[in-house]
Ligand binder design. Sequence first.
Ligand code: BG6
Ligand code: MG
Length: 214
Amino acid sequence: MAKEYKGYIFDLDGVLVDTAKYHFKAWKRLADEMNIRFNEDDNERLKGVSRMASLDIILELGNKTLSEEEKVSLATRKNEWYVEFISKMDASEILPGALEFLKMLKENGYKCALGSASKNAGLILERTGLKNYFDTVVDGTHVSKAKPDPEVFTLGADNMGLSYTDCVVFEDSVAGLQAAKAAGMVAVGIGEASVLTDADMVVKDLSEFNLNML
Ligand code: BG6
Ligand code: MG
């Protein structure tokens, strides 16, 4: 390891837990009700994107324009269905290597932060038992600017009392990797290298990652 980084910031959905399938099921139900064609490929575009921006993408797919009030009511219904799914989650839905890596970081005195766009992060951390691994949790309820703006990650580093260049971010979304780079942090992509071109390095999941790779 050329440099020892002090802080490790994790996106939640798609990095630590597999919640994309629940987001998809809930959005799909809404899209079906509105007769909007929406498939798994379209769902890729929603990764890392806020709830209201996700709805805008779906409405655009269906060529629909709605009032702000109607949009809030649709997003609220989608979220109620999504919360039904995540309320039943448990530790079995933690992605490969995530728990082992978080444990190792904690045991070795590194600092960890969550940096997620989700307003449901608290519930997911509680259901999966991951909450205690984080020194600070920054989620969609704490930030005003969505990824690719770096706010969610810079706030995480600020809360840990670390400089941005001492932090490494783990992200599965293009917008999230751009946010990490904009913050001056090392960006590790989780997923496909052909998609995650902004990342400093890409691994399939955290089971493939170790600190010597930095
Ligand atoms: C991100 C997901 O983590 O959170 C997005 O990748 C999702 O797909 C966003 O839209 C917001 O989530 P929530 O739980 O606040 O609707
Ligand atoms: Mg994600």
